[in-house]
Design a protein around this ligand. Structure first.
Ligand code: PLP
Length: 294
């Protein structure tokens, strides 16, 4: 029994057709599967509406372009998502209006068949919902090299959201074995980069000013759509915005630090390498408000 709903886009059905999620759908030689050669987006849907869909489609377009993969038209993708969401909401276990995780995947496919895309809708993972309420204990870990160095070499795919997430998953297993919930990657000189599957946001009071920081998104890390919406809301509300560089002491001295991503929304970082950090539930609520309107 699966709780996942799948809509496949094909030449025959460019705007997608509902398929049986328990049937074999992916060829054993699909290069998305065998090589992680493909791109994806993970989104949150609440009340049958995908949050900040435009920003996700824009990032998917950029990722597909970097990998020379064909991007389905926006209209076809929107139709496919609507179809998948309607089918998911009609499912027996679904409470109307509950949150879903929506994914779009574009895979290289097989050598003979070529690229193909599909949309999945599933209940959001329980672990990530817990992070919203309980916050996360984060651990700083080296990225091994500065991803900004990759930006000059298009074949290194800096800034693309590719299916190759084995390292992102491996770092999560590592932190869990060492008593933490999530990782924050740093460069060799301890500059803050991003979480394993999230952006880092830091609120600081500097004299009279309230400043919201995130590490420079165009420097080899994934430009987060959640961070983007929060920064836009904060800018309108009079915050100053900063793009670092940030170092561990900036997090230790901050008013609050969060890991931000589409399904997690905002997880307050409660500890950094075991040291308690300041948190601010009112600020969390305010920033969640910006996301709810997106
Ligand atoms: N950075 C990485 C490495 C991610 O995997 C993600 C999301 O999955 C993010 C940042 C946050 O991106 P978004 O806010 O668009 O979900």
């Amino acid at each position: 029994m699966t709780q996942t709903t799948v809509v496949m886009l094909s030449t025959e059905h460019p705007a997608g057709a509902l398929v049986d999620a328990t049937a074999p759908l992916i060829h054993i030689e699909d290069q998305g599967l065998t090589r992680g050669d493909g791109v994806f987006e993970t989104m949150l849907s609440a009340n049958r509406s995908v949050r900040k869909l435009g920003a996700h489609l824009a990032r998917l377009t950029g990722s597909a372009r970097l990998l020379d993969l064909p991007m389905p038209t926006e209209e076809n993708l929107r139709t496919a998502i609507d179809l998948a969401l309607s089918a998911a909401e009609a499912g027996p276990q679904t409470v109307l209006g509950e949150e879903h995780t929506v994914k779009i995947i574009i895979s290289r496919g097989t050598v003979a068949g070529g690229p193909h895309s599909w949309v999945t809708v599933a209940p959001s993972p329980a672990g990530i919902l817990t992070q919203r309420e309980q916050g996360v204990r984060a651990m700083l870990l080296p990225r091994g090299h500065d991803p900004a160095e990759d930006s000059t070499y298009p074949w290194l795919l800096a800034g693309a959201k590719t299916l190759s997430y084995a390292v992102n998953m491996s770092v999560l297993r590592y932190v869990k074995q060492h008593g933490a919930d999530d990782a924050i990657w740093v460069t060799e000189d301890r500059r803050i980069l991003e979480g394993a599957t999230s952006s880092v946001i830091v609120a600081k009071t500097e004299g009279e000013k309230k400043v919201l920081y995130t590490p420079e998104p165009s420097h080899g890390i994934l430009p987060g759509t959640t961070q983007g919406v929060i920064f836009e809301g904060a800018r309108t509300a009079g915050w100053e915005l900063g793009y670092g560089p940030l170092y561990p002491h900036d997090l230790l001295e901050a008013d609050a630090v969060w890991l931000a991503s589409s399904v997690r929304l905002l997880a307050p970082v409660t500890h950094l390498n075991g040291t308690p950090l300041a948190t601010d539930s009112q600020l969390t609520e305010k920033f969640l408000g910006y996301l709810a309107r997106s």
